[in-house]
Design a protein. Structure first.
Length: 89
């Protein structure tokens, strides 16, 4: 296996991991910004005020996006395993 092939496989792995994680990270970022703005406007300094809604948003996003995330991960795994003979050379 050439170094170019290894770098291609690793690049595809990181890209697949990015696309699986990106929606949840975006949900957490948007929720964090929203509740930080609410904290600024209302002068609430409680750490739980922003942490708990962010956790709930992560849970809701994970439950909603789980079928899509599993599909993406399975597509990547199927692609790697179907081309295993090509990588073994």
């Amino acid at each position: 296996m050439t170094p170019e092939a290894v770098s291609h496989i690793v690049g595809q792995m990181f890209l697949a991991a990015f696309w699986v994680c990106a929606p949840l990270l975006a949900i957490g970022l948007a929720t964090g910004i929203l509740f930080s703005l609410i904290q600024i406007v209302t002068s609430i300094q409680d750490a739980g005020f922003s942490a708990i809604p962010r956790l709930v948003a992560f849970l809701g996003g994970a439950l909603l996006l789980m079928p899509w995330m599993i599909h993406r991960a399975m597509a990547y795994t199927t692609d790697i395993l179907s081309n295993l003979s090509r990588y073994a050379r």
